[in-house]
Design a protein around this ligand. Sequence first.
Ligand SMILES: [Zn+2]
Length: 407
Amino acid sequence: MSPETIPGPTPDPADGKKRADTTAITNIATLVTNDPSLGSGPLGLIQDAAIVIDGDRIGWVGPSSKAPTTDNRLDAGGRAVVPGFVDSHSHLVFAGDRTAEFNARMSGQSYSAGGIRTTVAATRAASNNELNANVARYVAEARRQGTTTIEIKSGYGLTTEDEARALTIASVHTDEVTYLGAHIVAPEFADRPEAYVDLVTGPMLDACAPHARWIDVFCERGAFDGDQARAILTAGKRAGLLPRVHANQLTHGPGVQLAVELDAASADHCTHLTDADVDALAGGSTVATLLPGAEFSTRAEWPDARRLLDAGAVVALSTDCNPGSSFTSSMPFCIALAVRDMGMTPDEALWSATAGGAAALRRTDVGRLSPGARANLALLDAPSHVHLAYRPGVPLVSAVWQDGELV
Ligand SMILES: [Zn+2]
């Protein structure tokens, strides 16, 4: 099909009335609804489909031949439509980059959590405008690649003022804001980690809780141990925040078990798991969020998605976009890695990047394309979602709607 069939945003009518608000996208070769009641398999696939956007919501899905009359109509030309990606793990409030560190690591040095300090220094030195512009830039970059819901963490301020500032800036761009004062022990507290935990669970928490929905902790050797992580997450819960955990990324550790015990929405990374960890994830309500960009960018061992899926765990995929260990905003790239190297099928990877991410954020209004869901969707320059892994590195996302608006 020709690109002319993709319209720009509908202009406001001259009389100033609200623009026409129903749009049918017809002639979709493969529509992924993620609603098994609407189509085949776990993805709820409908072939030769149509979908109706009604305001900011999905109004209808079904066979293209039965599409209802709408104000606007768009012919997808035999391409695929998928739910907008839900990236449930990113660290976008930062300044500077770590090109030199990446370059060194790719020349044979190993990654350690201490590299975060470089970004902390640059972020503290940056102006509000600079940080806000960076977040806007990376959110737009993600959106061009099909991401319509993104979680953003603090964690490069590590003072009360700088953490609260990061959350305030993040909340301009998303509702999914996470307080990560416990990213690493702040450099000023290197010899007094318990005093830093007191700060994170005390005055810093008080200043940050009003600006966040979630609390997170990097539970890892070199960051926070199990007891510290438990204290931080428990304090966050008391302040009304919902827990999520950076768990078992670099080594085996208590993070996953703690996440499940505290009913965290997600345990993120899950690269080094014991059988007991896998069983806990399979038996609990905590999503296992895998972040293959981190393993790719640090030449580390891949998380074993197949093992988790076979055990019955819910698996999400996210970018972990951050300047140190995973500087990608591309969910299609993560899908390709998950299929190639983590034992996921293309269907499973697509589900994990959409519905899985929604589950990791405890959202039911995104990650699916069934009536009533948010009209967040991506049109692919391909006949099916399988091409996201089949054609790695190719920019297949050709149009994105967020809350019903073509963006
Ligand atoms: Zn992270």
